[in-house]
Ligand binder design. Structure first.
Ligand SMILES: [Zn+2]
Length: 109
């Protein structure tokens, strides 16, 4: 239960991180938001890679809005998160299954 919730939370934080990235690069985040994002980026390769891609885009275009991203890039991001979420769910299910052996809960009626 706890692990399922933490997997869901981790995914939500990733979405938050992506939402904050353009503001982060434009320097319009508060210190607390920036610290939170940087802490997430330090532990999340996927978001780190996405930030790197946005930085490259900014180098080319000068600035970037979410709407400026190539449709392919957005599709890629959506796919990335879906895959990430699926992995997190699989991990959570594996953990739950392992725990079920110990704590033989019967969820079915
Ligand atoms: Zn992330």
């Amino acid at each position: 239960m706890v692990r399922l919730l933490s997997a869901w939370r981790r995914d939500l934080v990733c979405r938050d991180a992506v939402a904050l990235m353009t503001d982060y690069l434009e320097g319009s985040l508060t210190g607390r938001q920036r610290a939170r994002l940087e802490r997430h980026l330090a532990g999340c390769d996927r978001c780190g890679e996405y930030l790197r891609q946005i930085r490259v885009t900014i180098d080319v275009l000068g600035r970037v809005e979410p709407e400026d991203l190539e449709p392919e890039a957005r599709d890629e991001l959506v796919e990335l998160f879906q895959r990430y979420q699926a992995e997190a769910e699989l991990e959570a299910e594996a953990d739950a299954a392992a725990e079920a052996h110990v704590d033989d809960t019967d969820g079915n009626t």
